[in-house]
Design a protein around this ligand. Structure first.
Ligand SMILES: Nc1ncnc2c1ncn2[C@@H]1O[C@H](COP(=O)(O)OP(=O)(O)OP(=O)(O)O)[C@@H](O)[C@H]1O
Length: 336
């Protein structure tokens, strides 16, 4: 069986002007494989300028590789036939960083969701279209009655981003390219959106390429990881192994720079200290959560993903010396 996606020695070099002066190697000799029968979440992590967005653009067919091949279900995406291209456009969807950019302020959410239904002829009647929209919204944790009929400015950033995911889901994608999907969303909503992505992979068999500069979220969501630095793959493998014992000095640097604040230091007085090596970001390792046994219990009953939010909430309230509010706020924020 052909792989779902395969990159074979893909490079992208940008040049300027007719003379092709000042070439920038945005991606160098990258190879990766996603199997067709094993939906997975792969993180591509790296600092600014490492080539992450270039990779997303290549995968979506917006730009062509300078060298190498991108194969989708065994077919080179630069030479798809009309019908194959249509299927590719439907099966490979994207969610971008900015949940505001996709929305036209003059149209309601219904319009945003109706367009792909019409474009790809997904429904035969208005009733069927409505039911598809409701199903997709429910799948991403939104109540259709809360969002349908509303304009973008009447929604939160987190709701907007989930609507973007619902829009992609309508098309029953096989692959979702999520380029920094939570970096512009409020910290307390990040875990919800990441959890939504994880449900897509688990319940709908969607493979996800999760592009981020944030190793903390990568650790919680992905099965495997590729670390990029200036367009080259520095390290790749199982996310647990790479983050717990990074082999390459650059990955080590990224892991060490995950901010892990120290309760005894106030913001601004001292630099934030790096996380102890070997700790995994769980509530046990978080100095905030360990000061709040009640909050820790609430957190432990939830999926590990919520511990990122919990730690951030705990940090906020403890710095204001209001430990009693931590557990209260967490029970409101984290779904049961
Ligand atoms: N259209 C372009 N023309 C020329 N150079 C480009 C172009 N797009 C990106 N680059 C360069 O390619 C390199 C990789 O850029 P890319 O946007 O892929 O990185 P990134 O990891 O997504 O960064 P960020 O996280 O800041 O978005 C950078 O050096 C960038 O300046």
């Amino acid at each position: 069986m052909a792989n779902l996606l395969e990159l074979r020695n893909v490079s992208k070099i940008y040049t300027r002007g007719l003379t092709h002066a000042h070439p920038t190697v945005a991606l160098r000799d990258m190879s990766l494989t996603l199997k067709d029968d094993e939906p997975t979440i792969l993180t591509v992590a790296g600092e600014s300028g490492s080539g992450k967005t270039t990779l997303a653009m290549l995968l979506l067919g917006f730009i062509d590789p300078t060298m190498g091949e991108i194969l989708y279900k065994g077919r080179n995406i630069t030479s798809l036939t009309g019908a194959e291209r249509l299927a590719y456009r439907r099966e490979v969807q994207a969610v971008f960083q900015d949940p505001f950019a996709v929305f036209n302020p003059f149209y309601t959410v219904d319009h945003l969701l109706t367009v792909p239904i019409r474009q790809f002829k997904l429904a035969r009647s208005k009733v069927q279209a409505r039911s598809l929209m409701e199903e997709a919204l429910t799948a991403v944790g939104l109540r259709p009655e809360d969002v349908l009929g509303r304009f973008p400015h009447q929604l939160s950033g987190g709701q907007r981003q989930r609507i973007n995911v619902a829009r992609a889901l309508l098309l029953r994608p096989r692959l979702l390219i999520a380029d920094e999907p939570v970096s512009m969303v409020d910290a307390s909503l990040r875990a919800n959106i990441l959890e939504t992505l994880r449900n897509l992979q688990r319940d709908y068999g969607v493979s996800i390429i999760y592009i981020t500069h944030d190793l903390t979220t990568a650790y919680h969501i992905a099965k495997s990881i590729i670390v990029l630095y200036r367009g080259s793959v520095m390290e790749a493998g199982d996310v647990d192994a790479v983050i717990k014992s990074p082999q390459h000095p650059y990955t080590q640097l990224l892991v060490d720079s995950i901010p892990w604040p120290n309760l005894d230091q106030r913001w601004g007085e001292h630099p934030i200290i790096a996380r102890e090596s070997g700790s995994t970001g769980s509530s046990d390792a978080c100095p905030f959560m360990s000061r709040c046994p009640k909050a820790m219990d609430i957190c432990k009953a939830r999926p590990p993903l919520y511990q990122i939010t919990a730690s951030q909430v705990a940090a906020c309230y403890l710095y204001d010396k209001q430990p009693e509010l931590v557990a209260e706020r967490l029970s409101e924020l984290l779904p049961a």
